[in-house]
Design a protein around this ligand. Structure first.
Ligand code: GDP
Ligand code: GDP
Length: 455
């Protein structure tokens, strides 16, 4: 298999992928002993040994990065999920369902020398309902004589059985070509900012924290264009500002500048405006008046940013008014009230004097980078294996939910899906999030963790 390449990820040396679309998932399913793991080894070009056969160790690690014909994908090996012998068909079907859920394409492996069994039929039932593309592999066809066995598998109703010998490599190139054909079209990068447009910033904060002062300070000399949308004066107006050698778009600056003329106390409209600015932005800079105690409204705005899934930078303004004592209290307020955003970069600035305002740009860049970060599946799963080994989920009601594998389903913000054997309690998910941040960074971005539970 000389043309087999190992997955090449865009690696800038920190082991974390940046700015790459998620690879599609190919799930390899079938009953035990049909040769799934052997085939996966084959697909991986044996570069990733599935044969680190320490009982209970490798068996958790089931997702691998692979590539064929220049296309990257993730291989999900269900070979390690050993179902109990009794109720085999149902157990195999259950596993297939879980894998198929996660898959873009299913590679269904049948042992041609045995032919279709009841268990194979049970898997076919799952595949029919799932409505995902299926490639049927007739495995263990080691020589031409066995090809007649393979033809019998047309009876499964899944189209042409592709003849392979995972053991010897026979037919595996054609099989991978078929898998490649079945993969979804390579999605054009739908990412923000990649198209070359300026990154979009929402400058948020309750009244009088210094938003318009900061905008004036930043835009002052550096304003490039006022980007007004044609139409009525009520349309949002954005400002393009050059900072740190690149152009940024501050969204809805009209709202910031106009606010002085608007009636006070219109909380509802303030919230609406914050939400609409968030919708149009990628990163929010939330301004806080450091000279005063944190207010309910500050926390509400921060929560809105987190819930909107935008990157977040906290800017403590009016630092010129902060003395030793105030600083001490502020630290305590941050500890107590902002623990849910402790991952957000913080800068202490003065919009009035211009102090440290230049630190905003690196903080924004850090946050946007964390927001777009992707962990390769193989790395994510070895991380999960270590994590689960070091601290398993507590036993609840005699059961202990297990994480079988994990994928990062998306970026901006990073979204993770954990495939589990039971419900992971909130404390454990927070622990997973904490460890993800320790290992991979994700500064300045909320992280979403969801579960798919196998019943
Ligand atoms: P899994 O349980 O589906 O993951 O199956 P394995 O990959 O562990 O393979 C089960 C057994 O079948 C092993 O002894 C393999 O060596 C054997 N096997 C796998 N593929 C082939 C093949 O193409 N030809 C033959 N003759 N044996 C195979
Ligand atoms: P906005 O309502 O958030 O747009 O806040 P403004 O920019 O209108 O500022 C409200 C008040 O705070 C004004 O009187 C500003 O001069 C003052 N202010 C803004 N930034 C600073 C700062 O860094 N230090 C001090 N001492 N005052 C500031």
């Amino acid at each position: 298999m000389s043309e087999m390449e190992h997955a090449d990820v865009l690696d800038i040396g920190d082991g974390v992928e940046h700015d790459v679309a998620p690879p599609p998932v190919v799930a390899v399913v079938g009953r035990p002993n049909v040769g799934k793991s052997t085939l996966v080894n084959r697909i991986l070009g044996r570069r990733e040994a599935v044969v680190e056969d320490v009982p209970g160790v490798t068996r958790d690690r089931v997702a691998y990065d692979a590539a064929w014909g220049g296309r990257r994908f993730t291989v999900l090996d269900t070979g390690g999920w050993e179902p109990k012998a009794e109720g085999l068909a149902a157990a195999v079907a259950d596993q297939a369902r879980l894998a198929v859920d996660a898959a873009d394409v299913v590679l269904f492996v049948v042992d041609a020398t045995v032919g279709a069994t009841d268990t194979d039929e049970a898997v076919v039932g799952v595949l029919r309902r799932a409505d995902k593309p299926v490639v049927l592999a007739a495995n263990k066809v080691d020589d031409a004589r066995a090809e007649a066995d393979a033809a019998a598998l047309w009876s499964l109703g899944l189209g042409e059985p592709l003849v392979v010998s995972a053991l010897h490599g026979r037919g595996s190139g054609d099989l991978l070509d078929a898998v490649l054909n079945a993969l979804p079209e390579e999605a054009p990068p739908e990412r923000f900012g990649v198209a070359g447009g300026p990154r979009r910033i929402a400058l948020l904060g309750r009244p009088n924290v210094g938003k318009s002062s900061l905008l004036n300070q930043l835009a002052g000399e550096n304003r490039v264009v006022v980007d007004s949308v044609a139409g009525t004066t009520r349309d949002p107006v954005d400002e393009l500002v050059e900072l740190g050698g690149r152009t940024w778009k501050f969204v809805d600056t009209a709202g910031i500048r106009r606010r002085a003329r608007e009636s006070q106390g219109a909380d509802f409209y303030a919230t609406l405006r914050t939400q609409s600015a968030l919708d149009r932005s990628e990163v929010a800079v939330v301004l806080i008046d450091a000279s005063e105690p944190l207010a309910e409204q500050d926390l509400r705005i921060i929560t809105m940013v987190i819930e909107s899934g935008r990157a977040l930078v906290l800017a403590f303004n009016k630092w010129d008014l902060v003395d030793e004592e105030r600083r001490h209290f502020l630290d305590r307020e941050i500890d107590r009230q902002l623990h849910h955003a402790r991952w957000a970069p913080r800068v202490n600035i003065s919009a009035r004097t211009g102090r440290h305002v230049e630190k905003l740009v690196p903080a924004i860049e850090t946050a946007l980078e964390g927001w777009g970060e992707r962990v390769p599946t193989a790395r994510l799963n070895s991380f999960m294996t270590d994590l689960v080994a070091a601290k398993p989920h507590p036993v609840r009601g005699g059961k202990q939910p297990r994480v079988m594998f994990a994928t990062q389903a998306g970026v901006q913000p990073p979204r993770f899906v954990l495939f589990t054997t039971g419900f992971l309690e909130a404390g454990y998910r927070r622990f997973v999030e904490r460890r993800l941040r320790e290992d991979f960074g994700f500064a300045g971005t909320p992280i979403e963790i969801s579960m798919k539970i196998r019943e």
